[in-house]
Design a protein around this ligand. Structure first.
Ligand SMILES: *[C@@H]1O[C@H](CO)[C@@H](O)[C@H](O)[C@H]1NC(C)=O
Ligand SMILES: *[C@@H]1O[C@H](CO)[C@@H](O)[C@H](O)[C@H]1NC(C)=O
Ligand SMILES: *[C@@H]1O[C@H](CO)[C@@H](O)[C@H](O)[C@H]1NC(C)=O
Length: 234
């Protein structure tokens, strides 16, 4: 009895104190579309979430998402790896580079141009044309503008959506990162695996940078999506 108890205590301590167990990943991060309170951010950081990826663009109004500024600023202050994501749309009157510039101008006005990366979502077919060549042209134009502004740029997609929207375009610059999703829907019971073991090369990516494995979960008082990431060496 006593030895069982000691064993259980030992297990509990080693679980809570263990570093990330899968050596193929460098950390966990959270992506959010609604503002986080500072209290949530402080707790997330203390629970070993290393990064926050916040929505920086309101697709409906094709404008910078001002509501996320305090989330970004407080995440930076808490020494997290802070990134932004946007879902650009071909349905708007603004072209791709101008949509990126909305984000750039908003970040610059709030002293946030040092974000670690900006991710472009290529996932919702409703925001794109049915012609893959038009979509490739649009996506390329946004990526180029992002690179001109000296951001690390990545794409949020998965193999199926990348094929559907771009016809499996192979022409992105090698520096463009990949954040793919692999989960079965919302909630803990529909999580994918928190590692990259399921990754199969597609497009021009032979390895991923980040994976969204969990959608709409409650973490430290906020509804978030959870990710694993690796740090690019170059
Ligand atoms: C956020 O919380 C941290 C830790 O409690 C504190 O040091 C910091 O001042 C807070 N920032 C804001 C903007 O409230
Ligand atoms: C964007 O517009 C659509 C359709 O009008 C609406 O259903 C959706 O809730 C809006 N999304 C946001 C984030 O405002
Ligand atoms: C990506 O697309 C899939 C399939 O339509 C959808 O289930 C998922 O919610 C989308 N993810 C995001 C972040 O938009």
């Amino acid at each position: 009895m006593e030895s069982t108890l000691i064993f259980l205590i030992f297990c509990a301590i080693s679980i809570s104190a263990s570093p990330i167990q899968d050596s193929s990943i460098d950390g966990y991060s959270l992506d959010v579309s609604d503002p986080l309170t500072n209290d949530s951010i402080v707790k997330m950081a203390s629970h070993r979430y290393a990064g926050i990826i916040a929505r920086v663009f309101q697709t409906n109004t094709t404008s910078f998402d001002k509501s996320m500024v305090s989330t970004l600023t407080n995440s930076v202050a808490n020494r997290l790896r802070v990134e932004g994501y946007m879902a650009p749309t071909m349905l708007a009157n603004l072209n791709g580079p101008d949509q990126f510039d909305k984000v750039y101008d908003g970040l610059r006005a709030n002293n946030l141009v040092n974000l670690n990366a900006i991710w472009i979502q290529v996932n919702d077919t409703k925001l794109f044309s049915k012609y893959t060549a038009d979509n490739v042209w649009f996506i390329d134009s946004i990526v180029q503008r992002g690179l001109q502004h000296n951001f690390n740029i990545g794409i949020f997609t998965n193999a199926k959506m990348w094929k559907k929207i771009t016809g499996n375009y192979l022409g992105l610059p090698a520096t463009v990162r990949l954040w793919y999703w692999a989960n079965n829907g919302e909630g803990v019971y529909r999580e994918g695996a928190p590692n990259f073991n399921d990754f199969v090369a597609f497009g021009s990516w032979t390895s991923p940078d980040m994976k969204q494995f969990a959608v709409k979960e409650l973490v430290d008082g906020a509804i978030v999506n959870r990710n694993v990431f690796v740090v690019r060496k170059s």
